[in-house]
Structure formats: C-alpha cells, structure tokens
Design a protein around this ligand. Sequence first.
Ligand code: DI6
Ligand code: FE
Length: 405
Amino acid sequence: MSNTNPQRRVWRDIYVFDGLRTLPEPMAVITEGARVASLVSMREFDEKLVEGCHDMGRGGVMTPGLVDCHTHLVFGGSRADEFEARLEGVSYEEIARRGGGILRTVTATREASEDELFELAKPRLEAMIADGVTTVEIKSGYGLTVEDELKMLRVARRLGEALPVRVVTTLLGAHALPPEFKSDSDGYIDLVCQEMVPAAAKENLADAVDVFCEKIAFSVAQCERVFEAAEAHSLPIKAHAEQLSNLGGTAMAARHGALSADHIEFLDETGIAALRNAGSVAVILPGAFHTLRETQQPPIAALRAAGVPMAVATDANPGSSPLFMPSLMLNLACTLFRLTPQEALAGMTAHGATALGLKGEGRIHAGAMADLCVWDIDTPAALAYAVQPGRLRQRLFQGELTHAV
Ligand code: DI6
Ligand code: FE
C-alpha cells in the first residue's frame, strides 16, 4: 500500500514565476490541499520535507494560474462580416454608427435564452481553461435592458459554478445606447443608474460596474453618474476609457477609486498621474489594438516610469477582439506594446488579480491559493516568446488537479 498523501504534492527542480518576478533558482514547491504550503530552493531542499508527498514531477516552469481580467465571453451571434468590412476600410466607429457593431451582438444576445448563451459561452471558457486560466472576469453589456443584462450575468455566474475556474462578473449596462433610447442617452443612463445597478446589486449578480466612456458610447459625465450609482450599492468600478480618443474618462474613474482603466491607448500624462494617485491598474488589451489595426500605442513607458501596475487581458468579444486565447496576449503585449515577458506575465497574474479587486492573489507564496500552472518550457519568457498550445502540463484550481498530460 502506498503511504503517499494525495493532499500533499511536490514539484522539484522547477522555475517559478511568482506573479511578479521569476525566482532566481530552481525550486521545490509543496502544496497541501487547496494551498501552497512552501517554496524552497533546491539548494536548501531536503527529501525529509516531502516524505509522503505525491510526486508531481520535475522541471518546467510554474506560474500562478492565468487571470484574464477583461472579457466579454457571453454573447450571441457572430460578426465575421464586419471583420471583412473593416479589412475593406470601413472603420469600427463607422460600423457602429450604421447600427452594426455592438448593437448587432445585442440583438443576437437578446434573442438567445439563458441556456443558449450558457452553451455558447461554455466552450469559449473551456478553451481558456485549457490555456491556463484559473480566474476570468466576464462582463454583461450585450443585453442593455434590465432583464437581458441580468440574464447575461446569470450565465456568467453559472459558468463559474459549472467549470473549474473562478468567474468574476461585471455589469456593463453602459456599453452602448440601445435602439429604444435612440436620441435619449441620458434617459438610458437613468435606467442603468436607477434600475440596472440596483437590480444587479440586489441579486448579487455583479462584482463590479463598468462603463464604455467614448464618443460612440457615453460621455464622462454620464459615466460618472453610473459610478455614483455603483458607489451607492458599494460596488467597485472600472472603465473602458481612452480607447479611441482622449475624453478624460480615466482621470474621472480614478477620482472615483476605479479598480482599473482599460484600453487607454490615448491616455495622457494627467490620466497616468490620476491612475498612480488612485492606485488603479492600467489594463492593456493588445487583442483589440491588433484586431482594429490601431496605431495609437498605449503610453507603456510612461506608465512603467510612474509605477502604475499594468494588467494584460484578452478583451475577448465578437467585435474588437475575437481572440479567446490568453497566452496569445502575452506575446502580443510584448511584440505590439514592448512589455517585457515578465511584465506581460505579471499582467496576467498578480496585476490582473488586482484589477479585479483581488489584490495579493495571482501570486505563488506559502499560504497562497493553489491556482497553479506547470508548463513544459524552460524559462518563463518562453510563454510570451512562442504562441504554442499544448505546453500546459498541469493545472491546479484551488488545489484540485484539473489538467494533466
Ligand atoms: N470596447 C471593446 O473593445 C469592446 N467593448 C468596448 O467597449 C468591444 C465590444 C464589441 O465590439 O462587441
Ligand atoms: Fe472590452
């Protein structure tokens, strides 16, 4: 009979990226149940430490489970034809003005039942899990009625119950102006503030509230009203801001203590200072930049110099970022935006967690939750260097082995 304890596991001779940096020497990592029990360098390692531990193998790289802190995974329909139109020169804004874009997806999402949306989103999330994700944020924003927004959030909650991944939900009622409110955008914001936010809070369906602050969406003043409604229900806030133009939404969001400002290609020095002073995270979304063939770079060097933490996420959605592969974002963040591989990885682990209000998570240390990935690579930089599915050797979610090759 074996006397190993399946609740205690050990990895030997493994390089560890701990969420912020790569530890300088090969390590042994021991988990006990749902937690990391200890991390010791192989120099100090003693077999006695791990007597009875289940042997999980040697070599490779361990990272925290990936955190994708910005996705729109729940939606109906497809927008492949808009992709073709954009390649022919029609802009994203022009498609939106013609009633396409987000509103196309709104129509398809309203028509879909909760079960249908669940079945559509499930394989998208399963693919992310197979790519190493252990925490994912999912936004609403394609319903734009109280009922349809709640429907999307319920689907997001159900996904988190059905699959081995933590789902953090965000109400994005202020994503686009629905056709019923054409030319009454303040009236729609009233609905968001007076009905949607309270309903989502009451049913405990939203962990945060987001807005799309942009010329084709909502003004800074309108977004501020949404934030005040969120604050009245003790919900944290975040913003899609400075994606297509510089309206000052980031600075306003930071004044309200936003968890994050996302996209921020057009962010200026004032916005950067506001993020730094508020301790907000800058969420970098290279998938949308790539897909829309944007040319305005987010101010990475200035954010770095200011010490603003940068998260990296997919923005997975049917329009501006139909890219459902978190590990690809590590590569794009480096090639398109010149993040270092370490910065990109920190952006999809520790800083991604902070952007979700989970400060201190997305890390590996004694006592941390055992959300872990073991990769068949020899240096953490290789994760960003090559886009190569199949390298995830093991994945643990809250101490449970959910993937092993
Ligand atoms: N910015 C984005 O990148 C997504 N939403 C937003 O406010 C795009 C959503 C879509 O095109 O469907
Ligand atoms: Fe988005």
